[in-house]
Design a binder for this molecule. Structure first.
Ligand code: HEC
Ligand code: HEC
Length: 356
């Protein structure tokens, strides 16, 4: 401060004796609008969604996508031929089933809420507890989970797919040059490739790409509140989440039986650690949290403030944040991408549905 004053006095002192003629006043620099300022600060933390989430180990090709889409919808990947990925992650319903926890094989209820598959491929890990590294690894889980699709083994799944004549050519095209392309790994790779383009750009993406009118002033106010309150310290990146683990109840304890990441690592420090979920399409994916225990978005917003940030929001702040979060509701750019395809017909040796 003192230095600044001294410098000012020095400069002021110098400029006094010979005042040079004033140059013509430059035109006032156009003030960036409030929206432009907001775009600048928001785009650094929450950039627009990319069109796809690539994976070096599983390049996306049209042939893989076409196959992956079929497998995603094929109930013959389940023991009783009644459940597909789409049963719990409905693509025409924002990638969820809106149940607290999902119903799987024989009507059994799982222990956790189904997160949306949309934009999930951008997450750094998969599942609430991060136990799968990417969507390819993830896809192998539900098929063999006894309370989800109930198949006995990867080999059993491969046998089913091999018994459906039409799949042979589709796998050969999707995995060219492979002698025996129908493998459990390739099933997962095809589904993964399909999921890597399940992306839902929304009005927020238009806004943050420079269209100042894409979200209303009320929604912009909500974005500012979201930033000021500190939600973005955990919900960051283009998906507003999916980049880190955090403890549920980090400031004010939260009652839940589920120990989250601890069950995977058995590391004390991981108790109650969950992957910070994405907030894309959050308006449409109730109920919330790993156990589906919170029914509405306003309730969820104020609980987050209390338990994760140690602050009480006013009803107006909750309202503003909710208005902003609704700008994250989007659809795939090409709706034909998610249309249910015609599936190849079963062959004579395809196992029959097994309700046991
Ligand atoms: C019976 C319901 C059910 C079925 C069928 C099902 N899922 Fe899930 N899915 C879930 C649940 C529940 C979770 C969260 C489980 C957890 O975190 O422990 C989940 C998690 C996921 C995730 C992780 C998303 C994230 O944000 O972490 C992806 C991706 C996914 N499923 C894709 C699939 C695919 C692909 C299939 C078909 C091969 C499938 N699911 C079948 C219920 C289901
Ligand atoms: C300290 C990190 C942290 C902060 C800060 C935080 N959250 Fe969360 N948020 C989480 C975690 C972790 C979960 C998932 C917990 C679980 O399911 O058990 C979550 C879940 C949510 C969910 C439910 C998502 C779903 O799909 O079920 C919403 C909505 C949400 N947060 C919004 C907010 C808002 C709004 C704020 C600011 C008021 C905020 N969060 C602040 C870590 C945080």
């Amino acid at each position: 401060m003192i230095l600044q004053l001294a410098l000012f006095a020095f400069l002021a002192g110098c400029s006094q004796p010979a005042e040079p003629p004033k140059p013509a006043e430059p035109p006032p620099a156009a003030q960036p609008s409030a929206a432009a300022e907001l775009i600048k600060s928001a785009s650094g933390v929450w950039p627009a969604l990319k069109a796809e989430a690539p994976n070096d180990k599983n390049p996306i090709t049209n042939e893989k996508i076409e196959l992956g889409r079929m497998l995603y919808y094929d109930t013959r990947l389940s023991k009783n031929h009644d459940i597909s990925c789409n049963s719990c992650h409905m693509l025409d319903n924002f990638g969820v089933d809106n149940k607290p926890t999902s119903t799987g094989h024989k009507g059994q209820l799982g222990g956790r809420n189904s997160p949306t598959v949309y934009n999930a491929a951008f997450h750094t890990v998969q599942f609430w507890d991060g136990r799968a590294a990417d969507v390819e690894e993830q896809a192998k889980g539900p098929v063999l989970n006894p309370v989800e699709m109930g198949m006995a083994s990867g080999d059993a799944v491969v046998a089913v797919i091999k018994s459906i004549p039409g799949y042979a050519e589709l796998f050969a095209k999707a995995f060219p040059g492979e002698a025996d392309p129908i493998t459990y790994d390739n099933i997962a790779k095809a589904i993964g490739a399909f999921e890597r383009k399940l992306v839902t750009p929304s009005r927020y993406d238009q806004f943050v790409s420079g269209d100042e009118k894409a979200i209303t002033e009320a929604e912009q106010k909500g974005l500012k509140t979201f930033m000021e309150v500190g939600c973005g310290s955990c919900h960051m990146g283009s998906t507003f989440g999916g980049t880190m683990y955090q403890k549920l109840g980090v400031v004010k304890p939260w009652e839940t039986k589920d120990m989250g990441r601890f069950d995977v690592t058995k590391n004390e420090a991981d108790k109650l650690m969950f992957k910070v979920p994405s907030l894309r399409n959050i308006e449409k994916t109730a109920p919330y949290l790993h156990d589906g225990s919170v029914a509405t978005l306003p309730e969820m917003i104020s609980l987050m403030a209390t338990h994760q940030l140690g602050r009480e929001l006013t009803p107006e702040q909750v309202n503003d944040i909710e208005a902003f979060l609704k700008t994250l509701t989007g659809k795939p750019a090409d709706e034909a991408y998610i249309a249910k395809p015609t599936l190849p017909e079963s062959g004579p040796t395809t196992p029959k549905p097994d309700p046991t």
